[in-house]
Design a protein around this ligand. Structure first.
Ligand code: ADP
Ligand code: ADP
Length: 227
């Protein structure tokens, strides 16, 4: 469980990106942060893995304050997927996916076998293993990004607009596959999007944010739809 306890972030220029955010993202479920550009979604997400430090309040993962955990250790337990997959351009697909296991000292052969298995899981043709990111479509690159984030089998996944840059048909496929994968894996997921339809489709819980970093409401998709 991830708990935001009156979390605020004011940037040095005075911008208040997040204002006393209080919420819980339950374990094994998908919590979506939705709202217009600039409402503090990315800032909130990046405070979970300490890419950004809050200026007020605290974030707890399973009752442990994230600022009290060594940040390398913290990040091993947190997969991170962004809009443009952020793959290493000069590494093959299989080496991109295996990059975290390599870092952790996993035997190369074993790491590659794991990467191939993950390619299948996320719906990538394993014949792409030796290709480079630029040789894949946007949707395929996002699948690689998801596979790479899963490679250390982290209990928590942070996803920042992972499906926003692909065309609507591919987006739909990626969303469906993501839901199937999650029903197997049961990760604790915080998912950021500006698209309310995506939030309703994917979220177990939807946190609606307003510019200024206020939580407007926290509801289930069913509750949002019945209003
Ligand atoms: P994205 O994740 O959308 O590619 P960024 O994370 O770089 O983009 O920025 C997210 C938002 O924060 C954007 O609205 C951007 O304009 C704003 N932003 C990023 N860095 C700064 C900064 N140093 N000063 C002001 N606004 C910034
Ligand atoms: P969202 O992800 O919802 O688009 P962000 O968290 O990126 O929102 O940004 C929230 C607010 O903080 C925006 O007003 C943005 O311009 C500002 N912001 C983001 N990063 C910085 C930064 N590094 N310095 C100053 N302001 C920033």
């Amino acid at each position: 469980m991830i708990r935001f306890d009156k979390v605020s972030k004011q940037y040095p220029d005075g911008t208040v990106a997040v204002d006393e955010l209080d919420l819980v993202a339950p374990s094994g479920e998908i919590t979506v942060f939705v709202g217009p550009s600039g409402c503090g979604k990315t800032t909130s997400l990046r405070m979970i893995n300490r890419m950004i430090e809050p200026t007020g309040g605290r974030i707890l993962i399973d009752d442990q304050d994230v600022t009290k955990v060594d940040s390398a250790k913290l990040r091993r337990g947190i997969g991170y997927v962004i809009q443009h997959a952020g793959l290493f351009p000069h590494r093959t697909i299989v080496d991109n996916i295996a990059s975290v296991p390599y870092l952790l000292g996993t035997d190369k052969k074993q790491a590659r076998a794991l990467a191939m298995e993950l390619m299948e899981r996320v719906g990538l043709d394993t014949r792409f293993a030796k290709r480079y990111p630029a040789q894949l479509s946007g949707g395929q690159q996002q699948r690689v990004g998801v596979a790479r984030a899963l490679a250390a089998d982290p209990p928590v996944m942070l996803m920042d607009e992972p499906f926003s840059a692909v065309d609507p048909v591919v987006r739909d496929q990626l969303q469906e596959e993501f839901l199937r994968l999650q029903s197997d894996l049961g990760k604790t997921i915080v998912f950021v999007t500006h698209d309310i339809d995506e939030a309703i489709k994917l979220g177990d819980h939807v946190a609606v944010l307003r510019v200024g970093g206020h939580l407007a409401q926290l509801a289930t998709p069913a509750e949002l739809l019945s209003r």
